[in-house]
Write a protein that binds this ligand. Structure first.
Ligand code: HEM
Length: 407
């Protein structure tokens, strides 16, 4: 019989969520040689909010801002945050809505549709491309790249992952070259090229790294999140109906004049946020808590530290498992219960601490808009009777396939 706190578990390949639930009930912090996986809510929060002990500089490769610590992280984070404010996100809403409407209208009715491949991926790529000012012709290349990146990551073959990363960097370098003499007002990518840090311009490597993090990881997260949301709607007909009512254009009273959107939320441009839209974003964040597709992030300890009764040595590889923490019964007594209001204060889908996701407002707006359009343009969404749903495999969570029938 193996160590009950061993991270390795065959069940992870069948159903990560269930495997982590079982692991967390045995050990708040599981471990294998040199690697410690933090599973309980309290310990994940403690580690994520102590960046001095749990450093984000876990690899020699510099990722901006993800792998930076301290003052250097704060300087780059100020730049990133400027591009993801609720006001800027609100300006993207109409464009995202037209992408969602066009994709959903092109999907057949009454037959099986692949949610992630036919809705999630094209919506993620189109929305991110128009946000960044990238040409529509790049979409096919980005879709192909996402598939290759996904396959390379799952293979665990580092040379394959490195080759895919290089292909992506070459693609972005081409976009930078095309904007070398462009006015900063041309598009968001040109604007980023005019940023400075500590009084000097950003290097090409730094710009590429920022753009890599906005696209490489996040296109995939957006596409899988759409799979999780649609799976929830299809398997919870009562909630689907309630959210359908909330999604009608007149749903919810307009918020009182002058009321700003809550922190981290985008108010639709030019007017106060309708309460229906806010309620839908709360519902989406709760659906992602129950089945969090963005499983984990890494850290490295800078000193020996005690966490959840375990002594972790200095220099250890630490994995913060958001998916497990978001289902910790010590905080969410019934982890599968859908209760946005009660669970929102402890929801860790977008992380916590200095590295908390700067893309939260953008992501929630995009997921809300695609959900609204899906519910407005259909009368029912059901799981396909012909094809099974298929779970994703590590390191990605959620669903690889969510075949549904739209009516
Ligand atoms: C469903 C979609 C998404 C989820 C679940 C998600 C989740 C997260 C989480 C949990 C973190 C914390 C990482 C850590 O503590 O190490 C994070 C960081 C980050 N996210 Fe997101 N994210 C999503 C989409 C996006 C999007 C669309 C963008 C940008 C356009 C974005 C940009 C970033 C960046 C730059 C960081 C690093 C922040 C830093 O190190 O200071 N994310 N995200």
């Amino acid at each position: 019989m193996g160590d009950p706190c061993d991270i390795t578990s065959d069940q992870v390949w069948e159903d990560q969520r269930a495997a982590y639930d079982a692991m967390r009930s045995r050990c708040p912090v599981a471990h294998d040689d040199g690697t410690w996986m933090v599973l309980r809510h309290a310990e994940v929060v403690a580690a994520a909010t102590d960046p001095v002990t749990f450093s984000s500089a876990f690899t020699p490769r510099r990722a901006i801002p993800n792998s930076l610590d301290g003052a250097e992280h704060a300087a780059f984070r100020r730049i990133v945050d400027r591009y993801l404010t609720p006001e800027r996100v609100a300006r993207e809403e109409a464009q995202c809505r037209s992408h969602a409407a066009a994709i959903i209208d092109s999907l057949p009715r009454g037959v099986t549709v692949k949610t992630v491949a036919q809705l999630g991926v094209p919506f993620a790529v189109r929305s991110q491309s128009s946000w960044l000012g990238w040409p529509a012709e790049l979409e096919d290349e980005l879709v192909a790249w996402m598939a290759d990146n996904h396959a390379a990551t799952r293979s665990g073959d580092r040379s394959r992952t490195a080759a895919v990363a290089e292909r992506f960097d070459a693609l972005i370098h081409g976009l930078l070259d095309a904007r070398r003499d462009a006015d900063p007002g041309t598009d968001l990518t040109a604007e980023l090229m005019h940023e400075t840090v500590d009084g000097r311009p950003l290097t090409d490597e730094e710009i590429v790294s920022i753009l890599r993090n906005w696209t490489a990881g996040d296109l995939g997260s957006l596409a899988t999140s759409i799979g999780v949301v649609v799976h929830f709607l299809a398997s919870h007909p009562d909630e689907q109906e309630r959210l359908r009512q909330l999604s009608t254009p007149t749903a919810g009273r307009a918020a009182p004049a002058g009321r700003a959107a809550p922190a981290g939320r985008a108010a639709p441009a030019g007017r106060a946020a309708p309460e229906g839209a806010m309620a839908l974003e709360d519902a989406i964040e709760e659906i992602l808590r129950i089945d969090d597709p963005f499983v984990s992030n890494r850290r490295r300890t800078t000193r020996e530290v005690n966490l959840g009764g375990e002594t972790i040595p200095a220099g250890a590889r630490v994995i913060l498992n958001w998916t497990a923490a978001n289902r910790d019964p010590l905080v969410f007594p019934d982890p599968d219960a859908f209760d946005p209001a009660a669970h929102a204060p402890d929801n860790l889908v977008f992380g916590i601490g200095p590295h908390v996701c700067p893309g939260r407002a953008l992501t929630l707006m995009e997921l809300r808009v695609v959900t609204e359009e899906l519910l407005r343009r259909t009368t029912a969404i059901t799981l396909s009777p012909e094809r099974p749903t298929v779970r994703e495999t590590p390191p990605v969570g959620g669903w690889a396939r969510v075949p549904v029938v739209l009516r």
